[in-house]
Design a protein around this ligand. Structure first.
Ligand SMILES: *Cc1c(COP(=O)(O)O)cnc(C)c1O
Length: 386
């Protein structure tokens, strides 16, 4: 109604910068060409910075879930015992993948909206009467907007039993958080293209350390497209085993140039400033936050309107009147929360239309004035933290 620009604030897909769009629109090249090898070599190594790894990152032409599946299929034998931490819809997905192939799954449930407690996870592992091959967790559980203390768990696992593989799903935060696979004791770290990496959907990434790569070659549970040894062997020759999404590989190279220009530390800082400003603004609008400050993700924020009617009203009005798309809840939180994504190609001021629209929506809906309340708080935080 008042705006011609649509604003996509979902936790994936996220808006795509013009630099990336433009790179992706360059003429197609054959994937068995020297030109593609040049692009691929750059793409594999560009991703090392954001994954905090010294190994080139494997790129799969498939959505993020394929990297979750690949991480299991390439690390686990059929009779292995392993732990899946479930703290939301994506933890459930890991569990579902596990149940598709394996039988000795030990699920550690965390209340949705909370981060795991490292000591409790360790105690749970100690209570299992088998050696554990691996622990799988989300880094950011996108469905609840929680950022888990993965570095803390990585350290604890290493101390407890350094044979255990620590596997982290970073689909909704890699590109926005300070991660270092070696410092944080992560063996495999996976992600997808359409979230903080500000690329179109359709690519999945697998970062791994040398110990994990050795394991990929040893396990006896087969896979074909998702065989990571095969991908890694091609990667060494600057190519892929199967036809890749060539334009998206160009997009990764453009992405690398953009974060180099901004500085990756600044990219991370930008996400945290936005998180803090959004959280303070939502509180000023008397919208409850699902997640505590200590566990809040820099990439997505979940808030709890007063009732299901208000949930629907906010989401629909944002979309119909203001052309702003946010996300609802998933699983047990469906109808109870709303989630606003703020990752990738996003600046603090991109969130202002969202906060300003909420002021108008709530003023009308609750019959009480919120005009200026959220935006003022928002700008105060930006001013203080910039
Ligand atoms: C989005 C997401 C996925 C899955 O991604 P798809 O690209 O939809 O397959 C997995 N894990 C997390 C944490 C996510 O946010």
């Amino acid at each position: 109604m008042y705006t011609h620009h649509s604003l996509l604030l979902t936790p994936g897909p996220t808006p795509i910068p013009l630099q990336i769009q433009t790179a992706m629109n360059l003429p197609m090249v054959g994937h068995r060409s020297a030109e593609f090898e040049r692009i691929a070599a750059k793409a594999f190594s560009t991703l090392k910075t954001v994954f905090g790894t010294s190994n080139d990152v494997i790129i799969l032409t498939s959505s993020g879930t394929s990297a979750l599946e690949a991480s299991m299929r390439n690390l686990l034998n059929f009779d292995d015992h392993f732990v899946v931490i479930v703290s939301g819809a994506f933890g459930n997905r890991y569990k579902q993948i596990a149940e598709t192939y394996y039988k000795n799954i030990h699920v550690f449930n965390v209340e949705w909206g909370q981060s795991f407690n490292t000591a409790d996870v360790l105690q749970f592992i100690q209570s299992i009467n088998h050696p554990i091959t691996a622990v799988f967790t989300q880094y950011c559980e996108t469905s609840t907007a929680v950022l888990h203390p993965v570095a803390e768990l990585g350290r604890a696992l290493k101390t407890f039993d350094d044979n255990i593989f620590f596997v982290v799903d970073g689909v909704s935060c890699i590109g926005a958080v300070d991660v270092d696979m070696s410092r944080d004791n992560i063996d495999v770290l996976v992600s997808g293209s359409q979230k903080a990496l500000m690329l179109p959907p359709g690519l999945a990434f697998v970062a791994y350390n040398d110990r994990a790569y050795t394991r990929f070659n040893e396990i006896n549970s087969p896979s074909f497209y998702l065989n990571l040894s095969k991908h890694r062997m091609s990667l060494e020759k600057h190519t892929t085993p199967f036809t890749p999404n060539v334009p998206a590989f160009r997009g990764i190279v453009a992405y690398g140039d953009m974060i180099d220009e901004e500085g990756f530390q600044n990219v991370i800082h930008r996400h945290y400033i936005i998180r803090d400003a959004v959280r303070h603004a939502l509180r000023s609008l008397e919208l409850e936050l699902l997640v505590s400050d200590a566990s809040a993700s820099p990439t997505v924020t979940a808030f709890v309107p007063r009732n299901t009617d208000e949930v629907q009203h906010i989401k629909n009005t944002l979309s119909k009147v203001f052309n702003i798309t946010i996300a609802g809840g998933q699983g047990q939180l469906k109808g109870h929360i709303l989630r606003v994504g703020h990752m990738g190609f996003i600046s603090p001021f991109d969130l202002l239309p969202f906060i300003a629209s909420l002021e108008i929506i709530l003023t009308n809906y609750r019959n009480q004035s919120y005009i200026g309340k959220g935006t003022t708080t928002f700008m105060e935080v930006i001013h203080n933290e910039l």
